[in-house]
Design a protein. Structure first.
Length: 365
């Protein structure tokens, strides 16, 4: 079953906009925001969409069985603004047993109910620059073959201050032209080509609705698969004058996953199969490029486990490391030996460093 089909079976209620005003001469862009908690951050995220200098923006708010204060705020926004719809879930769609369910059900329910011909999603703690939708609309309007488009990401902290070092890294790794063949972009991604890779998460992309639905909707691996699944079907636009302000803080889901000792263990490996991405590549790419994708998937699934295990050991988080081992054995049993090997090597390195510190301190005394 494709991700979009999971959303079709989901139990939600669609509440249409009270007022609708669109310019028939311009394309409609739909922005989806899923909300549960964090009212102050939710307010900033929503306001950034309401403040767009482009009039043809539809805002779809996902009330994911949200906290009372958040749910009331979403209702107020719906009542007092045009072109705002709400999708209500009576039960929260997040599950630690299936982390990606939130994406496939909530995001795709927004896709199914959207009026826009171009769709994007932002997290409840992220924001768009005022000109973002107008810049993205221009990219699609100027080029009928443009299937995906992206703003330049800017990293911010919980207070909204720019993380200068990380933002500069992101900026320097986005040295690409206004349009690039999406297949070339995907190859740059899987080969790690310097200064060509769109280094931001794939879920910050704006995607044509027709392709989004045709190729299965948002899936459980939002960071990578949007490039290797959607961008490959046409040109991918980029405008660095538009920004997505991506918030990095301890409360975000990816950090909580790590603290629990849970990785998206080989999620890309499974998504490539369930979403039939290999079949797409076999139709659009040559055999050499398909082999590059297989190699990337293999490296990616190992890297997920390695990075998480090393981080937990370095922080002496033994409980979470044990949980990671259990999750890996359950979901990715073929990586257990690799996890143990990497962990053993890391422990030896830590012991070596400790001994060297002791020797150094002794000689200092």
């Amino acid at each position: 079953m494709s991700s979009i089909d999971e959303a079709r079976k989901a139990p939600y209620t669609y509440v249409p906009p009270i007022r609708q005003e669109y310019n028939s001469n311009d394309l409609i862009i739909t922005v989806i925001i899923d909300c549960y908690y964090g009212l102050n951050l939710v307010k900033k995220s929503i306001q950034s969409v309401l403040d767009q200098d482009y009039s043809n923006v539809e805002l779809i708010l996902i009330d994911n069985a949200a906290k009372t204060d958040v749910s009331r705020y979403l209702s107020d926004i719906h009542t007092n603004n045009k072109n705002v719809a709400v999708i209500k879930f009576e039960e929260n769609q997040f599950s630690w047993d299936d982390i990606g369910l939130l994406v496939t059900v909530c995001w795709n329910s927004g896709v199914l109910e959207s009026k826009g011909s171009v769709i994007s999603h932002i997290n409840y703690d992220d924001m768009l620059s005022t000109n973002c939708c107008s810049k993205m609309a221009a990219l699609f309007s100027e080029n009928d073959n443009c299937v995906t488009a992206s703003p330049l990401p800017v990293s911010i902290n919980i207070e909204g201050k720019i993380n200068s070092e990380l933002s500069e890294i992101i900026k320097m790794s986005n040295k690409r032209s206004r349009y690039i063949d999406g297949k070339k972009l995907a190859i740059d991604l899987i080969t790690g080509a310097p200064k060509k890779l769109f280094s931001a998460p794939g879920h910050s992309m704006f995607i044509r609705k027709a392709e989004l639905i045709k190729f299965g909707g948002f899936d459980r691996n939002t960071d990578i698969s949007q490039i290797i699944k959607f961008a490959i079907h046409g040109d991918s636009g980029f405008d660095p004058k538009a920004n997505l302000f991506s918030r990095h803080h301890e409360g975000q889901l990816s950090k909580q996953i790590g603290k629990r000792g849970m990785g998206l263990c080989s999620s890309l490996y499974f998504i490539v199969k369930s979403e039939k991405i290999i079949e797409m590549w076999e139709r659009l790419f040559n055999n050499y490029d398909v082999k590059l994708l297989y190699k990337f998937i293999k490296i990616n699934k190992r890297a997920e486990v390695k990075n998480l295990s090393v981080g937990l050991l370095r922080n002496k988080n033994i409980v979470s490391f044990y949980k990671l081992l259990v999750v890996t054995a359950k979901e990715c049993h073929f990586l257990v030996f690799y996890l143990l090997l990497v962990s053993f090597k890391e422990v030896l390195l830590m012991v070596r460093d400790k001994i060297l510190d002791i020797i150094k301190n002794k000689w200092t005394l």
